[in-house]
Design a protein around this ligand. Sequence first.
Ligand SMILES: [Mn+2]
Length: 340
Amino acid sequence: WVALWTRPREGAQRVSAFPAPPCSERSSFNVPPSAQFVARPVGICSMLKLPVQTSPEGLDAAFVGVPLDTGTSNRPGARFGPRHIRAESSMVRSYNPSTGAAPFHSLMVADIGDVNVNLYNLLESCRQIREAYQKIVAAGCIPLTLGGDHTITYPILQAVAEKHGPVGLVHVDAHTDTGDKALGEKIYHGTPFRRCVEEGLLDCKRVVQIGIRGSSYTLDPYKYNRDQGFRVVLAEDCWMKSLVPLMGEVRQQMGAKPIYISFDIDGLDPAYAPGTGTPEIAGLTPAQALEIIRGCQGLNIVGCDLVEVAPVYDASGNTALMGANLLFEMLCALPGVKKL
Ligand SMILES: [Mn+2]
């Protein structure tokens, strides 16, 4: 099927007024097909219509789905996030003129499918996810994850920190996800970052949480986070502002050591991303999301995720489209991406 779209009909490129885009026949890298030559809805539904392979071997970066949502506290449905993000990603093209990034000129990227999870057993799912990511990072491949609820970041960071040591974290979210337990359980989507702290997976002086907001059960809900050394940037401190200055400070805070980006789509305002399980009003804008991700360029990013897209609450598909674009922006921010 790759051959089908990389070899346009004889003469098809000559009728175009535009220069032919690179394609996998002439590039040593995987290159998504252009809609100038391959109709947008054509092809197997992979992320960015990249080739699908089952192994991370030989890849610099890979998109991987984790369709788990049984750690969700409110509306379920994020198990369908990866499929819908892939479907909407057919609108995303291969260059980023805003930043100059040409990721498919210097990185070998593919979609490596989904981690199998046990929807009836969260602990078992965490083990499956950890083991899958141990293989991905061992291959020298940077994972770009399509979630799934936020529970998945805990086993992902277990694997990432095993390879890189404690990592810095750029965490965009409405919630800090540092709860201790709920209904007596320590593993669900409200606790991943407390579990990570307890296991020493985070370099706590290099953790920033952006977009935090909402009602709480106490009047000082961020004490735990500050006590760990996290920087907590409330949504109200972002309202009606450019986040470019903030990201300058974040780059200083992160330095040259490894960092991980965890982006919960509910960090955005539900006007822009209603398809999610635990929405909170008055969130970040899409432009601020771009400022945050583009502001991570130059950092030593060793992994990224985009979680909590629950497509059923957004019949327009816009939440999944947002997720697809933000994952593309993360790819464009990775170390080693060529700037043209
Ligand atoms: Mn979250």
